[in-house]
Ligand binder design. Structure first.
Ligand SMILES: NC(=O)c1ccc[n+]([C@@H]2O[C@H](COP(=O)([O-])OP(=O)(O)OC[C@H]3O[C@@H](n4cnc5c(N)ncnc54)[C@H](OP(=O)(O)O)[C@@H]3O)[C@@H](O)[C@H]2O)c1
Length: 285
């Protein structure tokens, strides 16, 4: 297949948009699928074909996947409703003759205690049962999520976690996009699970030290019991179920689940992933 037709779902989201741009930059034929085509007019002007695609509306899917060879199924942000959404996409892609589906999953999904893991595991199972080739892109935690939390830590002088000395192998969202673009534009047709991590696992102490070094302000890491972390988030207005999900990342980190570092990003993309320190350098002030 010399010129496959590639489709990215969720093209108006941060990751989907970045993948479409990378593929266009590499001269690929790309379809940007989104619930709201008006939000990706800029991608159309750069050469993407735009199609309406709503995983909640199966009627949009046959036309969206028509003539498509390979799909990036971006996991949606509708926590709690995602399995059905993703299954709708997988079923429609299989019916349309799509040959390969890349899906944005979670680091170590089958063994993960993170509260979001069951939806990813169920989606990976649906992929395995679909008969279509697939790549599960098991992304570690976005480094991008650190910007807000470390800005708060710099302001207060304290980075509060429930991680103890557990580390997290953060990867930037841009690197997740690079990995997704590489998987989508590759000729791989089988089934695989790729654990995608940044170059190192960083503890709360490491993050506090990086934030201090980049800003010149003192930041101390304070590890509290997970119940106190949840109480703090609820006191700041987060609904308790959401706070529990955030806190589950800390519990998983404390147990060492998120400290896994793999060479997979470099093997797939051909260059090393960006470090958290380099990523934050221009973003933390
Ligand atoms: N690894 C991590 O640390 C991490 C962190 C945050 C999120 N995530 C996951 O990675 C995904 C991509 O991240 P992001 O930063 O790009 O998130 P984002 O900017 O919040 O984007 C949300 C995505 O959900 C899509 N979506 C929502 N409802 C949909 C529906 N009914 N049908 C099709 N698509 C739907 C949106 O697509 P359109 O608006 O284009 O329709 C958009 O691509 C997230 O949705 C989430 O599952 C991972």
């Amino acid at each position: 297949m010399s010129h496959p037709t590639l489709l990215v779902t969720g093209a108006a989201g941060h990751l989907g948009r970045a993948v479409v741009e990378l593929l266009l930059g590499a001269g690929q034929r790309v379809i940007a699928g989104t619930r709201d085509p008006s939000r990706v007019a800029d991608l159309a002007s750069k050469g993407a074909v735009v199609r309406k695609l709503d995983l909640d509306d199966p009627d949009t899917l046959p036309d969206a996947f028509l003539g498509v060879d390979r799909v990036l199924l971006v996991s949606t942000d509708r926590v709690g409703s995602r399995v059905q959404q993703h299954k709708n996409g997988i079923t429609a892609a299989a019916r349309a003759g799509v040959r390969h589906i890349a899906y944005t999953s979670l680091l170590g999904a089958p063994r993960s205690s993170v509260g979001l893991a069951p939806e990813h595991v169920a989606t990976e199972r649906a992929l395995a049962e679909s008969g279509v080739g697939y790549t599960a892109l098991r992304n570690s935690v976005y480094a991008d999520l650190l910007i807000q939390s470390l800005q708060g830590a710099v302001a207060s002088g304290q980075l509060v976690t429930a991680r103890g000395q557990g580390g997290v192998s953060y990867i930037t969202r841009e690197d997740c996009a690079r990995a997704a673009a590489a998987a989508l534009s590759s000729t791989f047709e089988g089934t695989r699970e790729l654990e995608l991590t940044g170059p190192e696992a960083l503890t709360g102490d490491d993050l506090a030290q990086i934030a201090s070094a980049l800003t010149g302000r003192p930041v101390r890491h304070v590890s509290v019991p997970v119940s106190a972390l949840v109480e703090g988030m609820v006191a700041h207005g987060l609904p308790e179920p959401v706070a529990e999900i955030y806190a589950s990342f800390d519990t998983a980190a404390a147990d060492g689940e998120l400290a896994v570092v793999t060479p997979t990003f470099r093997e797939l993309v051909g260059r090393p992933p960006q470090s958290v320190r380099d990523f934050l350098r221009s973003r933390l002030s």
